[in-house]
Design a protein around this ligand. Sequence first.
Ligand code: COA
Length: 273
Amino acid sequence: MADVFQPGLLRGQHAIITGAGSGINQHIAERFAAQGAAVSIVGRNLERAEAAAATIVARGGQARGHSADVRDFDALARAFAQAVADHGPVDICIAGAAGNFVSDAASMSSNGFRTVIDIDLVGTFNTFRAVLPMLNPEESHLLAISAVQSGMPTAAQAHVCAAKAGIDMLVRTLSIEWAGRGIRCNGIAPGPVADTEGMNRLAPGGSASWDRLLQGIPLQRAGRRDEIADLALFLCSGAARYIHGTVIAIDGGQSNLGSLPFGAMLLESASAR
Ligand code: COA
């Protein structure tokens, strides 16, 4: 398919992306680098972050991997400071790091619930708060990777639903507080995306649960990583300059059908463990 975006759309810009050592966020990093951005990849696992950066560099892009756990504010701030030393003030920051597991709430410990809140919600706050003094003061964009669960209560996902709903409200609140600093702030709420660690945990491709999952999606297929990257690129580009403080679903219409097929499937798989 032809690229609908102008080549070099992000030339001269510096994008920091957390959780970009794999999955959707890695794909976004590759897409942004292909459009000319210098990309700082931040992940818990330094080897994975460096490998993701090396792939970009091998294709002629600019990238470097950094290690930090988004639950650790000081580690994030240190990683971001290194990134700024490499590529200058930050034009785009994407909070993509997330954690998930399938468990009904009655079987989940308090620490299990808190772990996902800490990675997803507190991690998103930490990312945006740590990068705040390092943003390009003229204009910048913050993008949170939420999920369809933020507005679609889903069985066996109480921790994720709560965390992602919090992320959506964080995006909306920061859009009010930080607009005066030249910051646009938005979110993306993907539904199931094929070939990602998160999806492999919920419903491995080709399994019976994968087929059940597709029944709950009007478009009858999972999303693709390049489709999520396209939306991220659009939102972080000048073409979206009047889009602010919103979280856009990209889910093949899944949230309109509701979570019953998906949630029932997850409950079954949780109780089978
Ligand atoms: N069911 C129920 N509870 C679970 C669980 C599961 N499948 N997996 C982990 N937990 C609980 C643990 O039991 C622990 O609680 P406890 O101390 O009361 O026993 C708590 O969650 C923390 O687990 P731990 O493994 O110590 O956390 P971690 O920080 O090493 O890992 C996770 C975080 C659990 C989110 C892990 O799945 C992870 O690292 N995920 C990252 C990758 C990922 O999820 N990608 C998909 C993104 S959508």
